[in-house]
Ligand binder design. Structure first.
Ligand code: BGC
Length: 798
C-alpha cells in the first residue's frame, strides 16, 4: 500500500490562489431563530477553480502508462485534452485528514510518444467547500492541493515517473468559482485550449507539506453522471424559463443554447412548485443557493457545471430568451453500484412509490449515504441506519456502505461517541453548541445496526469484525451515559442527554407550526432506552457469531427491559410517552415481558384507529411499524396503513406528484401548503424493506441468503413480479392473486436452499391437497405450510 512519502515520486503541490478563506460561523440557534447573517456576495468570496499543468516528453515504445492521483478538493484530470476518467468528484467524500483515497487510471491510450500535456483542475468540493445545515466553509482544510504520479513503462523494461513538483505551473480559467452547495460559475468567453496547448500557466506552484500516511487506494464505487433525463415541460414565468424534468434528482443541468456574448445566464434549482404552480425554492438557508451561472461567448454551446450538484426537478433559467434556448437535460449523479432488484406490480401508485424510493436512494448515495442532496448533504448516521435494510434491494450497497462506515469509525470520539454525521466536517462540532451533544440514540447505533444489516444481507462476517471494536466503544458510552451518577435501576434508562428521538413524527409536523425539536423532546427517553436494549441484544448476537463472550450484553439488555417495564409502563399499561412510535419500538425491541406486550400492542392499535387508521411514527419507529403489526396478528391493519392515501401516508405523497420520498409528510400539506422541506430524503423509504420481505416475500433466512425464505404474507395488489440478485444468484418471485385462488412461482438460485411458506387452513379440501402435493410441514400454529426446496423453479397454486 502506498502510504509514505517515499512511495510517491510526486510532492503535494498547491498555489497561492489555492487557499480558501474561512467564513464566519453561523450559530445554529440563530439560524433556527430565523436570524440572517450578513454576507459578502458569492462572487466576491468564492475563488476560481485552481488549474495545474505540466508538459513532458514521453519516449517511443510505451508499454503501459498509468496515473495515480488524489487531491485536497475534488479534481478532474486531463491528458492531452482528454479526461482520464468518466468518474467525477474524485477522490470521493471521506474524512480527508484521516482517510484520503487515491485513484489509479490506465492512461496508455491517452499518452503520445512525444510531447504530452497533463492538466488537472481542483475545486473546493467537500474538502474546503460548504456543506452541512450551517453551510460553513473550509470543512476539512483550507489549502487545495494535488498529488500525482504519471508512471510510464516502456517495452525495454524502463520505467519513468513524472510526479507533481515545482516544475508544474498553475493558473485559472473559465471556472470563476465552484462550490458543492452554492453552485458554479463559468465564463464561457475563456477558452479551454489550455488543456491541449503546450503553453505554461502563469503562476508558479508551491510544494507543501501534507500528510501521506492517510492515503489509501480507492475502494468502493466512484461517482458518475448517469443516464440523462429529457425535459418534460417548459414554460415562461416572468422573464425566466422554467423547465420541469419530471423527476427529483441529485445532479445538474446540461444546457444547449445560443449564449449571447457577455450575457449572464442564471440557473436556479428547486424540487417543487408552490401552491400556485410557480417556481419555489424549497431549500433555504446559508449558502444553499443551488445556482449556476454561465457568461456567454456569442456561440451555440452545450454547457454543464463540473464541480457541483443540486437537488432539483425544476430549473429556472434567466438571461436566456426562448429563441436562444435549444435543449436542456437533467443529469442524475450518483455512485455507480450494480442494480440488483426489480419489482413490478399491477398497481400504478405502488410502482410509483417504489420508483420514488429508488430515486431517493440514488440521490442520497452520491459518494456517501446522505440525509438529503440539497440542504445538508452529510452522512447522518440515523438516516443510514433507518434505510440500510431497504438499501440492499435495488442496488448492491455493500462496498459503498462499508467505505462510509470507515469514516464513522475514524470519527468516533475517544469516549466512544459516534458522531451524528460522518465524515464529520468542522460544522459537526458546532452543532453541539445547539443540541449539547455529538451523538444521539438511533443515530449512533448505526455503528452496530448497519454492519448487522450488511452481514444479514451479504453474509460477510468481516463487516462485523472490522466494526466490532467501534461497536463495543459505542455501547460502553451508551451504558455509561445512561447510568450517569444514578444509583437505582434507573441507571438502565437512557434519559440523561439529548437525543433526536422519534424524529419528526407527523402530528407535530403537520399544520402551520412544525416543531421537530418537540418530537425529540416528547419521545427521546423511551426511544433512547429502546435502542439501548436493542443494541445490547445485537451485541450479544454479534459477539457470539464472532466467537466472543457476549453474555454481559445479554444481561444488560435484560436489565434495561426490567427498568423500562418498571419506570416507563404506567399502571393502566400504557407508556409514559403515549405516542405510536414509542409503542412500536417497545414492541419491536422487546422492551417488556411477553405478557405486557399484548397490552402495548392493543394501545398501539387503538392509537392508530384513533388517528383514522393513519400512522404517526417518525424516523426511528417507522421502519418497524408495519413489521410489528404484521408479526403480531394485525396484517389487515398493516395492509391498510400501507395503502392509505390520506396524509400522512406513502401514497399521499404519490397522489401529490412525488417522484422521490419526502423528509416529512408536511412537505405538501393537505391544504396544499408547500413547506421548506427536503423532498429527497430516503429515510421514510424504509418501507421498501417490509414490502420486499412481507409483500413480495423474500427473506434472508441465513446470512447472505444462504437459506432463503419465501413468505409473501401480506396481499397488497393482485400481481407482483420481482427479481433480486443475491450474492448467491437470482431469486425470482411471481405472485398472482385471483378471486378464489393464488399462484406463486419461485426461482431459487444454485448454492442455496429455501423454505417456501404458504398459507394453510386445514379445514378446506384445497389446502389439504396442497399439503399432499408439496410435502410441506405445518408451522406451530398450523397457519403456514413450510416447504423445503433446493435450487430450482417451483410453482404453487393454492
Ligand atoms: C437531517 C436528518 C437528520 C436530522 C437529525 C436533519 O436536519 O436532514 O435527516 O437525521 O437532521 O435529526
Amino acid at each position: 500500500m502506498k502510504n509514505t512519502a517515499d512511495m510517491w515520486q510526486g510532492c503535494w503541490i498547491s498555489s497561492d490562489q489555492a487557499t480558501v478563506s474561512d467564513e464566519p460561523d453561523f450559530d445554529l440557534a440563530d439560524m433556527f431563530a430565523g436570524k440572517k447573517q450578513k454576507f459578502v456576495p458569492v462572487e466576491k468570496r468564492l475563488h476560481p477553480v485552481v488549474y495545474f499543468k505540466k508538459t513532458f516528453i514521453a519516449n517511443k515504445y510505451i508499454k503501459k502508462a498509468s496515473l495515480q492521483i488524489t487531491a485536497q478538493g475534488i479534481y478532474q484530470a486531463y491528458m492531452n485534452g482528454r479526461k482520464v476518467t468518466s468518474a467525477i468528484f474524485t477522490p470521493d467524500y471521506t474524512n480527508y485528514n484521516k482517510f484520503l483515497q487515491y485513484q489509479t487510471y490506465d492512461i496508455t491510450d491517452k499518452l503520445i510518444e512525444g510531447l504530452n500535456v497533463f492538466c488537472v483542475q481542483v475545486a473546493d468540493g467537500w474538502y474546503a467547500g460548504r456543506i452541512s445545515v450551517q453551510g460553513g466553509s473550509t470543512q476539512f482544510g483550507n489549502q487545495l492541493a494535488l498529488l500525482a504520479d504519471i508512471i510510464i513503462e516502456y517495452q525495454n523494461g524502463k520505467k519513468e515517473i513524472i510526479g507533481t513538483n515545482h516544475s508544474f505551473t498553475s493558473g485559472e480559467g473559465k471556472h470563476c468559482y465552484a462550490d458543492i452547495e452554492i453552485g458554479e460559475k463559468q465564463d464561457l468567453r475563456i477558452s479551454d485550449n489550455w488543456l491541449k496547448d503546450s503553453k505554461k500557466l502563469v503562476e508558479p506552484v508551491i510544494e507543501i507539506k501534507a500528510d501521506y500516511s492517510r492515503l489509501v487506494p480507492q475502494t468502493g464505487p466512484l461517482v458518475h453522471c448517469q443516464q440523462p433525463l429529457a425535459s418534460k415541460k417548459i414554460w415562461q414565468e416572468d422573464s425566466s424559463l422554467i423547465i420541469d424534468f419530471g423527476q427529483v434528482i441529485a445532479g445538474r443541468v446540461r444546457l444547449t443554447a445560443n449564449f449571447a456574448y457577455n450575457q449572464r445566464v442564471v440557473l436556479k434549482h428547486s424540487e417543487v412548485l408552490d401552491e400556485n404552480g410557480k417556481f419555489y425554492q424549497n431549500i433555504v438557508g446559508r449558502n444553499k443557493d443551488q445556482t449556476d451561472i454561465f457568461i456567454g461567448n456569442g456561440q451555440q454551446m452545450t454547457v454543464e457545471p463540473d464541480f457541483t450538484f443540486h437537488g432539483f426537478r425544476y430549473v429556472k433559467i434567466s438571461g436566456l430568451t426562448e429563441q436562444d434556448f435549444i435543449d436542456a437535460q437533467a443529469i442524475p449523479i450518483y455512485s455507480n453500484m450494480p442494480e440488483t432488484g426489480w419489482i413490478k406490480t399491477d398497481n400504478g401508485k405502488i410502482n410509483q412509490l417504489l420508483s420514488n424510493i429508488k430515486w431517493s436512494q440514488r440521490g442520497n448515495m452520491l459518494s456517501i449515504p446522505t440525509d438529503c442532496p440539497q440542504r445538508e448533504r452529510v452522512g447522518w448516521t440515523g438516516d443510514m441506519q433507518v434505510f440500510a435494510p431497504a438499501s440492499t434491494f435495488f442496488m448492491n450497497t455493500e462496498a459503498f456502505i462499508r467505505r462510509w462506515l470507515k469514516n464513522v469509525r475514524l470519527d468516533q470520539r475517544a469516549n466512544g461517541e459516534i458522531i451524528d454525521y460522518s465524515p464529520a466536517p468542522k460544522d459537526a462540532a458546532k452543532s453541539v453548541q445547539f443540541t449539547g451533544s455529538y451523538s444521539s440514540a438511533g443515530w449512533g447505533d448505526a455503528i452496530i445496526m448497519v454492519p448487522w444489516t450488511l452481514y444479514q444481507r451479504y453474509g460477510h462476517i468481516d463487516v462485523l469484525q472490522e466494526n466490532y471494536q467501534a461497536m463495543t466503544k459505542w455501547i460502553e458510552f451508551a451504558q455509561q451515559s445512561a447510568a450517569s451518577d444514578k444509583v437505582t435501576a434507573q441507571k438502565y434508562l437512557w434519559d440523561t442527554k439529548f437525543h433526536y428521538g422519534d424524529w419528526m413524527f407527523p402530528s407535530l409536523m403537520l399544520g402551520p407550526n412544525p416543531d421537530p425539536m418537540k418530537t425529540s423532546k416528547l419521545t427521546k427517553d423511551v426511544v433512547a432506552t429502546a435502542f439501548l436494549k436493542h443494541s445490547n441484544d445485537l451485541m450479544f448476537k454479534i459477539s457470539e457469531i464472532l466467537g466472543l463472550d457476549g453474555k454481559q450484553y445479554q444481561d444488560y439488555a435484560q436489565k434495561v427491559q426490567t427498568a423500562f417495564t418498571k419506570y416507563y409502563v404506567t399502571n393502566d399499561k400504557h407508556l409514559i410517552n403515549d405516542y405510536q412510535g414509542c409503542y412500536v419500538l417497545a414492541i419491536a425491541f422487546d422492551l417488556v415481558p411477553p405478557k405486557l406486550k399484548a397490552n402495548l400492542l392493543d394501545r398501539l392499535v387503538q392509537k392508530i384507529h384513533d388517528n383514522n387508521d393513519l400512522l404517526d411514527t417518525g424516523f426511528l419507529a417507522t421502519p418497524y411499524l408495519l413489521d410489528v403489526l404484521t408479526d403480531d396478528g394485525y396484517i389487515a391493519l398493516a395492509q391498510k396503513l400501507f395503502l392509505q392515501e390520506s396524509c400522512p401516508s406513502w401514497l399521499y405523497e404519490v397522489n401529490h406528484g412525488a417522484t422521490t420520498i419526502w423528509e416529512s409528510w408536511a412537505g405538501i400539506q393537505p391544504d396544499g401548503h408547500v413547506g421548506e422541506f427536503s423532498f429527497n430524503h430516503y429515510a421514510m423509504g424504509c418501507v421498501l424493506d417490509w414490502f420486499v420481505r412481507d409483500v413480495v416475500g423474500i427473506h434472508s433466512e441465513q446470512p447472505g441468503y444462504q437459506i432463503i425464505k419465501i413468505w409473501p404474507r401480506v396481499k397488497i395488489c393482485n400481481k407482483i413480479s420481482a427479481s433480486y440478485v443475491t450474492d448467491k444468484g437470482l431469486v425470482k418471485v411471481d405472485l398472482n392473486y385471483h378471486d378464489d385462488y393464488q399462484e406463486l412461482t419461485v426461482n431459487i438460485p444454485l448454492n442455496t436452499r429455501a423454505v417456501i411458506c404458504l398459507p394453510y387452513h386445514n379445514d378446506t379440501q384445497k389446502y389439504q391437497l396442497l399439503r399432499t402435493y408439496t410435502q410441506g410441514t405445518l408451522n406451530q400454529d398450523q397457519k403456514y405450510l413450510q416447504i423445503q426446496v433446493e435450487a430450482g423453479s417451483y410453482y404453487y397454486r393454492y
